[in-house]
Ligand binder design. Structure first.
Ligand code: FES
Length: 117
């Protein structure tokens, strides 16, 4: 490694499951959001119309129950937008743009709903 080379970014594994059962496991840099990981890897089913500003709800996902306790609590603006999702909200519904990845979330699994708009 040369003096000028950058240290590679640490990544975590995130699995995106489509509502029709298609599974994609990708490596996403720590500190990125689940939405950014989806967009960077062309994951179908996450539209992210507002670019992560918590204003569109088109990044709605269902989070695997095993990880729910490790997520940051739902903030007021996310709570408000979760009331505007195209697919029904469930107990494990979150907005992917509000889920920042930490090392503890390695192996995170989310399912995309059948429709986002
Ligand atoms: S990308 Fe718009 S609310 Fe998440």
């Amino acid at each position: 490694m040369s003096f000028f080379s950058k240290k590679p970014k640490e990544t975590v594994s995130v699995t995106y499951v489509s509502h029709n059962g298609a599974v994609r496991e990708v490596a996403v840099p720590v500190e990125n959001t689940v939405m950014e990981g989806a967009v960077a890897n062309n994951i179908e089913g996450i539209v992210a119309e507002c670019g992560g500003s918590c204003m569109c709800a088109t990044c709605h996902v269902y989070v695997d129950e095993a990880f729910l306790g490790q997520l940051e609590p739902i903030a007021e603006n996310e709570e408000e937008m979760l009331g505007n999702t195209a697919a029904p909200r469930q107990a494990n519904s979150r907005l992917a743009c509000q889920l920042k990845l930490t090392k503890a979330l390695n192996g995170l699994r989310v399912t995309t709903p059948p429709n986002q708009q």
